[in-house]
Unconditional design. Structure first.
Length: 147
């Protein structure tokens, strides 16, 4: 082989190693940046459940009125990493600033997964963004968490 051909092969091999290392590093770092939703536990809410806050009390009361008990909730609270994975009707991967723009008098927000079985025996799972404006809580958006 000529010297020029050997130099070209060495340059190509170096490029392949560098590009492979770059994309391998990106792949590993993207998996680390995903929030760990497994650390949150599903909690069974039935007529004997003691709510921890207003949102859980609202879910209990609403589910009791609609005869959907038991329901299961996974309360993410104000976890901003999980919020970034939220896809809803009004928001796609929102930040807290975007929620504040939509709800001018925003006092607080919480993100909750809700799972229940409807009257047709289908399992329904949705993620709900609750917002507190002044003194009242309401549903701000609903959707899913993406992987």
């Amino acid at each position: 082989m000529s010297k020029i051909l050997k130099v070209i092969i060495i340059i190509i091999l170096i490029d392949v190693v560098v590009i492979g290392g770059y994309f391998g590093f990106k792949l590993l770092s993207s998996k680390k940046s995903q929030p760990d939703t497994d650390k949150y536990e599903w909690v069974r809410v039935d007529e004997y459940y003691s709510p921890k806050d207003y949102i859980e009390e609202y879910i209990l009361t609403d589910s009791k009125a609609k005869e959907l008990l038991p329901v299961f909730i996974k309360n993410y609270g104000r976890d901003k990493k999980v919020l970034k994975r939220f896809r809803g009707k009004n928001f796609v991967s929102p930040s807290e600033a975007q929620i504040k723009l939509q709800y001018r008098s925003l006092a607080d927000w919480q993100l909750i997964d809700l799972k229940y079985t409807d009257e047709n025996e289908r399992e329904i799972k949705r993620t709900i963004l609750y917002v507190q404006e002044k003194d009242s809580w309401k549903v701000g958006d609903f959707g899913i968490l993406i992987q």
